[in-house]
Design a protein around this ligand. Structure first.
Ligand code: AHR
Length: 512
């Protein structure tokens, strides 16, 4: 039996729930005794491309000497959300990137053109050593994407040897000459990026053959075995997945699916902070559609890999809006509203639900690009609403997924209708249960009766992320307009946990 108790949250939320706004109680059942799959922390991974102000003037800042130095505040912020991995150097940039341009004395590194992103000069000031210094400081696993489109097998093989060979070899010796004795032991290795598009416009049959050729030349060194990641489909391109699994599945460890969420069309995308409720609903419906996309792509993988050895990796995902006015359109600099934070939460719930197959994901992208965690302006830095979603979901990292059954009604806007509430429940290694609940309905609060089966719960604490407006966001004048605060809307009474979930909110609860 659940005992009556409520642990008071640290900070009081100012958001009261008006009874008139609440709908009839809805139900969430958590089957605490039926967990099977672990939610990989790698689902909460990130992506840093040489694009716009992400690498240069984002994570790295230029010193008066002309050297690029990692920003301590960026490292601190990313460590606080327990960044588990970082994908680099692209993106489309990866299939242009020649890694030898980015090693050795900086003054001798060539400048090249970043053809995909604004045609700007890339001075190669940040290369392999700098990136791997960063991942070490972050405590994150590096995920390097090799160049298939304009590179070659030998070039990729040599990069692999450079970062991983522990003994004497031509590339290990070159690494030592450049100041690094020990190998970095990088295991996550992408073989091309979007090879169906910017990475070479290949047919799946052709790419599958290319993939096998490249994958054959990444030998194990010491204890480091390549975890070989193939370019996966774009969105619902099921034919790509089918052919890849059929022709190359046995040599693949992970398949990198890309899926972006936008309003309007690719040619005329909606805005990040100036949108209507119809556009809110459009984006939320796309986020709730992640579940079906993953179900269908997984079903194809299951036919060739019933034991689920191959990871489905959502290697690029997130919202893609119009760039901010006045910014370089090739830099993909966009603002980030409460809407983006809730889209991230709903997407995570889909990834977590598919934890048996989805073992990694990388949001696009970490700083100053697309659905960023962090925006910078000179020395200033702000955390976006999406950052806060990542922080609130750290409780699920490597936790046991607990099956749930949720019926919380529907959010309807015009002819769009979707489940109003999305959730994940998990139990961490210390035995503590956490639930994240997201109400995507911007108008209606919901009362959720939560019943926990198979585990007694006597106390609940929580935090909430919400704001008065759908379009609320953080900017450099008001960097804390959207941030989590303590939540008082959860109570245990008569053996039942009841949650008063305000409209357009994300709540994380800790149950003991
Ligand atoms: O994230 C921006 C771009 O989107 C990436 O470079 C590419 O892989 C994708 O099309």
């Amino acid at each position: 039996m659940l005992a009556r108790s409520l642990a008071v949250a640290v900070l009081a939320t100012t958001l009261a729930l008006t009874p008139a706004a609440a709908q009839a109680p809805q139900t969430l059942i958590i089957n605490a005794d039926q967990g099977r799959d672990t939610i990989s922390r790698h689902i909460y991974g990130h992506f840093a491309e040489h694009l716009g102000r992400l690498i240069y003037d984002g994570i790295w800042t230029k010193q008066p000497s002309g050297e690029w130095r990692i920003r301590d505040d960026v490292v601190q912020a990313l460590r606080a959300i327990k960044i588990p991995n970082l994908r680099w150097p692209g993106g489309c940039f990866a299939d242009y990137y020649h890694w030898k341009d980015g090693i050795g004395p900086r003054a001798q590194r060539p400048s090249v053109v970043n053809n995909n992103w604004g045609g700007v000069t890339e001075d190669n000031g940040v290369g392999t050593h700098e990136f791997l210094d960063l991942t070490q400081r972050l405590g994150a696993e590096p995920f390097i994407v090799g160049n298939v489109g304009s590179g070659g097998v030998n070039e990729m093989q040599e990069w692999w040897e450079y970062v991983n060979h522990p003994g004497k070899s031509p590339m290990a010796d070159l690494r030592r000459k450049n100041g690094r004795d020990e190998p970095w032991n990088v295991k996550f290795w992408g073989i091309g990026n979007e090879s169906w598009g910017c990475g070479g416009n290949m047919r799946p049959e052709y790419y599958a053959d290319e993939y096998k050729r490249y994958a054959s030349f990444l030998p194990s060194y010491g204890n480091t075995r390549a975890f070989r990641i193939a370019t996966g489909p774009s969105d619902d391109n099921y034919a790509w997945m089918e052919v890849l699994m059929r022709d190359a599945g046995r040599m693949i460890d992970g398949i990198d699916l890309h899926h972006y969420l936008l309003t309007g069309t690719w040619a005329k995308k909606g805005k990040a902070t100036d949108f209507t409720e119809a556009e809110w609903a459009e984006l939320m419906q796309k986020a709730t559609g992640f579940d079906e996309l993953l179900t269908r792509q997984s079903a194809i993988m299951d036919r060739y890999d019933p034991r689920k050895r191959v990871w489905l990796i959502v290697g690029e995902w997130g919202t893609w809006h119009q760039g901010e006015p006045g910014s370089n359109p090739g830099f993909l600099y966009q603002q980030n509203a409460l809407r983006d934070a809730l889209v991230a939460a709903v997407s995570f719930d889909a990834f977590n639900k598919h934890a048996d197959r989805v073992r990694m994901a990388n949001i696009a992208q970490t700083v100053n690009v697309l659905q960023a965690m962090i925006l910078t302006e000179g020395p200033k830095l702000l955390l976006t609403p999406t950052y806060h979603t990542f922080e609130m979901y750290t409780v699920h990292h490597d936790a046991l997924l607990l099956p749930i059954s949720l019926d919380a009604g529907r959010y309807v806007n015009g002819d769009r209708s979707m489940p109003a509430v999305s959730a994940t429940a998990s139990r961490d290694k210390a035995g503590i249960m956490h639930v994240t609940l997201t109400n995507i309905d911007p108008n209606q609060a919901r009362t959720i009766n939560v019943s926990v089966r198979g585990q007694s719960v006597s106390s609940v604490t929580g935090r909430i992320l919400t704001a008065p407006l759908m379009t609320a966001h953080n900017d450099f004048a008001q960097p804390n307009a959207v941030h989590p605060v303590g939540f008082e809307g959860a109570r245990i009474s008569g053996g039942m946990l009841t949650v008063q979930l305000p409209a357009k909110s994300l709540v994380v609860l800790e149950l003991k």
